[in-house]
Design a protein around this ligand. Sequence first.
Ligand code: G1P
Length: 295
Amino acid sequence: MTKPIRKAVLPVAGLGTRVLPGAKTTPKNLLNVFDRPILSYVVAEARAAGIEHLVFITGRGQHAIEDYFDHHFELEAQLEAKGKSEILADLKAELGRPGEMSFVRQMQPLGLGHAVWCARELIGDEPFAVILPDMLMQANPPALAQGVAAYEKVGGNIVLVEPAPEGEAHKYGIVALGEREGRLARMTGMVEKPAPGTEPSNLFISGRYILQPEIFELLGAHETGAGGEIQLTDAMVKLMATQSFHALEYDGTTYDCGDKIGLLRANVAFALARPDLGQAAREAIEALLRANPPR
Ligand code: G1P
C-alpha cells in the first residue's frame, strides 16, 4: 500500500522575465488564460488528483495570489445586488476551501530546489506532489491524476515527461530511461539543462512530480547546479541512489505559459475547449486568420 498523496507544492515566486511587461505587476501565474488565471486551472488539476492541501511558495509582491482565492466582499455584494447570479457563482467556485492553502515566502530566488525545500515543514514526513504552474497541461484525466495513478501502481517517485520540441532539450531537465511498460518507464538518470548534443533522451521533465519526503534532506545541502541555482533535478539524482524513480510519458498537451507564444497557445487551446464559448472562440479566431493572411 502506498501512502496517499495529499499535499502539493506550487512554486510561484518566479519573476516571469519572459512574459514581461505583463508580469510586472501581476504575478505571472495570475496571467489570464482565456477568462481566468493560470492558477485557477492548476488548482482544479490538483483537486482532481485528490490533493487536499496546496503550499504556494511565493515571492515579494505576490499577495494577489492569496487575494484571488479569497472572498472579494464588495464585488460579491455588487453582483448579488444586481442579480448577476451566474457570474457570482463562477466567482465563488474559484475560492479556496477553508484551510486548503498555505503561503510560504521564498525570500531569495535561489532555484526550484530551494523553493521546494521551503515547504519542508508544511509537508512533513509524507510523499507529496510538485506542480510547476506555468506548465499548463490540457489532459483527460488531468495530468497530475495520471501521475498519482502511476504512483499507486509502482510507488516511489514519479516524474511526468514528454518529448521536447526539436533542438530544445537543452532548456529543460532531461531523463534517461531503462525498461518501459506502456507510458511508464524506470528511470536510470536525469540531467538539468544538458549541453546541446549530450542529452540522454529527448524526454523532458514537464512540471509534475510525486516525491518522497527524503528529498528535503538532500535539498537541505543547498548545493548549486546548472545556472548557479539549487536544482530539484540534482537532488532527485541523489535520491535515485536509494529510491525508485519512474518517468510517466503523460497523455496530454503542455503549454509553457512562462513564454509569450506558449501563453498565447494556451489561451487559444483553452478557449476552444470550453463547452460554452468554444464555438464562438473558433469563429473569432478563424475570422481573424482570414482578415490577417500570411505576409
Ligand atoms: C524547471 C526544471 C526542469 C524542467 C522545467 C520545466 O526548469 O528545473 O527540470 O524541465 O522546469 O518547465 P526552469 O524552467 O525553472 O528553468
